[in-house]
Design a protein around this ligand. Sequence first.
Ligand code: FAD
Length: 291
Amino acid sequence: MKLSELFKNEKLTLSFEVFPPKTDTAFESVKHATEEIAKLRPYFMSVTYGAGGGTDRYTLEIAKNIKERYGVPTLAHLTCVSSTRETVLSKIEAIKQAGIENVMALRGDLTPELEKSDRSGWAYKHAVDLIRELKESGADFCIGGACYPEIHPESQNQKEDILHLKEKVDAGCSFLTTQMFFDNNLLYNFLYKIRESGITVPIIPGIMPITNANQVERAIKLSGSFMPQRFKALVDKFGSNPAAMKQAGIAYATDQIIDLFANGIKNVHVYSMNKPDVAAAIQNNLSDILE
Ligand code: FAD
């Protein structure tokens, strides 16, 4: 099922993200976790793609398994940074062969080595190049792209970032998923600006439940997200008590989602990080709200 079709629906929905294992030995446990999340019957599930392509085989294997065994629509992520055209074309063919209809087209992060390297010969410099390749593949994928309510760290300013976002949409993105954020006002402000720029595709806010104190630093480093005082106070108070921190983190994410639904957002994506218990807790908290 194409996500662009699902997004036409008026109901309030949750989707969950999982990530593939980094090693062969972790495969069975990760597969089990993704299946437990699939059993919650989310609107769709996305499967990330390891930076540098190390886990590309598992991305497809997991996406295919979820789709075929549980009937949950899947979105397979794909990155292109520093890849050759042959490699990307073979990955696109593999996605097609796996029967996956939805692809999240990403550039991928620049490692410090990649940042220093000569990029002039790269076949794909930005996600928009991958979106064009996917469009030209003739596979009729529903393509998603990433967007950044707090600006991508490499962008000089939001105006420039939104201009490049518009290029992705014009190239064929049917929807955009946001980077995590912890202050909904940043999202509302961003939505206002991108709608003004003429971007009309569905924007799916991405919510990360922070369930342990160690995650906080990693999340900020990864996303550069602003931590509201309300959130900092919660980590200060409960960070040293794992069970309390988990409960508080789930409550905070739930609260963010309720506010998004109350303000007209229909589809929220949860960065559930292979944690079925966290995904289930958020879904249960919203049981009477989700239709
Ligand atoms: P781009 O859209 O190419 O943007 C990157 C930067 O380049 C931005 O500053 C943008 O403004 C600028 N830019 C874009 N086009 C142009 C242009 N034509 N000329 C000049 N500048 C331009 N990473 C993974 O490795 N695997 C994943 O599965 C994964 N999933 C993600 C899912 C979501 C929802 C998000 C938000 C991020 C995800 N990432 C993933 C991280 C992502 O790869 C990084 O954030 C990466 O740094 C940028 O990827 P992008 O697709 O947004 O790049």
